[in-house]
Design a protein around this ligand. Structure first.
Ligand SMILES: *Cc1c(COP(=O)(O)O)cnc(C)c1O
Length: 350
């Protein structure tokens, strides 16, 4: 058993606040956010609204709550929401979309993306006695379960323009939108522009201990404020978290490209194994998802063996594994992790 600090590639959520981030948290002026009195969260909300080119932004404790509040704000029970296949809302929100918003999710496309044509083909018209009305389209960018792929921006613009024509609202689950901007060079404002409402997370690659924001028009954000309260997410001295978020925006945005290069390094090394199936074209940001071929061990075994060797990764399916790079793993650690995984995958199976 490797007793040193493990190389933790389970998620980019595992980062711990640095001493400097903790100092920023300690120094933050705070107040009761339910009275609008927290200057630090107010500053963060204004900053993120400006970054995304929206009128207003709202802080929420988690990305899942941001997604759930977005659904409550933009749909009614019984509505149909078109999402990418294996969207976060489908797999990782404990069925909240059905329980909280009462909507059904229609998954379309493949590998995290879909086309305008596929979108049009799945729209169910409203005012029909049989169909559930499609009132929302949601795009996840980057797409978590598809290996952090970037949704093509021109397709996004076509889909959202069509949605607007048909009075279908549009929502961007941009928990990792910062990574999209870093990888594609498309500015955040342009990435957010086609959407009515945008969610971003501070607790993924940016390394804050918590917090997501929803950004949109003042009217939509006002409605979201009510749903945040209804879901129990309206908190008080949230400047404690917001200070970490501001610190993260100031200090941790520019280095995301390092995470992308490190993911690439791991992926290229793993691709040398015949027993690991990885599509290098999908490794565009800080996530890699790979398959273990039938003559390799299964995902659960690889995860357990890697843990023994001090490398933490996640099983995403019986033979599917995910690894994520972030600011708490160095390039050297990523190289070591790749060597360990390669060795385990290649080891003779008894
Ligand atoms: C992590 C994630 C979320 C939710 O964030 P939490 O803060 O963990 O609730 C939403 N969408 C995507 C695509 C994510 O990867």
């Amino acid at each position: 058993m490797n007793t040193a600090t493990p190389i933790d590639l389970r998620s980019d959520t595992v980062t711990r606040p640095s001493p400097q981030m903790r100092a920023a948290i300690a120094a933050a002026p705070v107040g009761d956010d339910q009275y609008g009195d927290d200057p630090t969260v107010n500053a963060l909300q204004e900053r993120v609204a400006a970054l995304l080119g929206k009128e207003a932004a709202l802080w929420l404790p988690s990305g899942t709550m941001a997604n759930q509040v977005a659904l409550r704000t933009l749909t009614r029970p019984g509505d149909d929401v078109i999402v990418s296949r294996e969207a976060h809302a489908v797999w990782h929100e404990a069925g909240g979309s059905a329980a909280n918003a009462g909507v059904q999710l229609t998954e379309i496309g493949a590998q995290g993306v879909f086309s305008e044509e596929q979108f049009i083909a799945s729209i169910k018209p409203r005012d029909h006695p049989i169909y559930p009305a499609t009132t929302l389209v949601e795009i996840e960018n980057t797409h978590n379960r598809s290996g952090g792929v970037v949704f093509p921006h021109d397709e996004t613009m076509r889909i959202c323009a069509r949605a607007r024509q048909l009075a279908i609202a549009s929502f961007l689950d941009g928990a990792r939108l910062w990574n999209v901007a870093a990888a594609s060079g498309v500015p955040l404002i342009e990435l957010a522009a086609p959407f009515d409402l945008v969610a971003v997370s501070l607790s993924k690659g940016l390394g804050a201990p918590g917090g997501s924001l929803l950004a949109g028009s003042r009217d939509i954000v006002l409605r979201a404020i009510r749903h945040r309260r209804m879901m129990g997410g309206a908190m008080r001295q949230v400047g404690i978290f917001a200070a970490a978020g501001i610190f993260a925006l100031d200090n941790n945005m520019g280095r995301l490209v390092e995470d992308h290069a490190n993911a690439r390094l791991i992926a290229e090394r793993l691709a040398r194994s015949r027993r690991i199936v990885i599509d290098l074209a999908t490794v565009q940001t800080n996530i890699l998802v790979f398959q273990l071929s039938p003559d390799a061990s299964d995902a659960a075994t690889l995860v357990a063996e890697a843990r023994e060797r001090g490398v933490l990764i996640n099983a995403f399916g019986p033979r599917t594994v995910r690894a994520v790079t972030h600011l708490d793993v160095s390039r050297e650690q990523c190289a070591t992790a790749a060597d360990v995984l390669l060795e385990l995958a290649e080891a003779p199976r008894v």
